[in-house]
Design a protein. Sequence first.
Length: 271
Amino acid sequence: VCRDPRWGRCYESYSEDPKVVQAMTTLISGLQGDAPSDYTGRPYVGGSKKVAACAKHYVGDGGTYMGINANNTIIDTHGLMSIHMPAYYNSIIRGVSTVMVSYSSWNGEKMHANHFLITDFLKNKLKFRGFVITDYEGIDQITSPPGVNYSYSVEAGIGAGIDMVMVPFAYTEFIDDLTYQVKNNIIPMSRIDDAVYRILRVKFTMGLFENPFADPSLAGELGSHVSSEQRNSFLSHFIRLDYSIFSDVSSSACRNTAKLPVKLSGNPWCC
């Protein structure tokens, strides 16, 4: 839910309106198939022609201060739950398989280390049964500068409820730290069991143990119901529309020679 057009990743948001973003969770059904009514909270992938969907970036990713990427979302609990959370409610109802955590913070606390939002709310209150994954090197960025205290990052991230870690920068150090903390009961084995159970649940749901590879014969079906002319016309229409809106916003924003802040970042994935 992009709330500030200065954010460089606004184009990834469906709308500034939470209700529109909530309605767009129908995309999950397109990717995974329509989940049965008794599947609420459980991941659902309806056959080999479907894929697992990921709801991201949890949560408040589009509400950061001044639209600065991976920054701090300053908002009270009511605002977070009424603006940035509704789409996740619907995602879970539709059986979304995975949720990716945001680089950003909520009122100063890194989302990758937020036990309340990941475990207490997402897993326990909303009954999400898929798995929670980090963003790229997200666990490294729990500290500032990234990776300055890996032991803390591992304990905080895994302890908060993260189930799968996507590409930790120092992966050997990550493995060593995690193994040490589990062996010494810093991170309880029950937390590891929960993560493994959730990951295996998604893999079994997808049938990966029976058919671990994609069917290359399905590649020809991708987009086969839409001609290239229709697709190009559709994309051209929205590019023109997007440009028109941007031009209107830019002209009004710059009438008073306003200066837009730019944050320099060493993260190659930041816009």
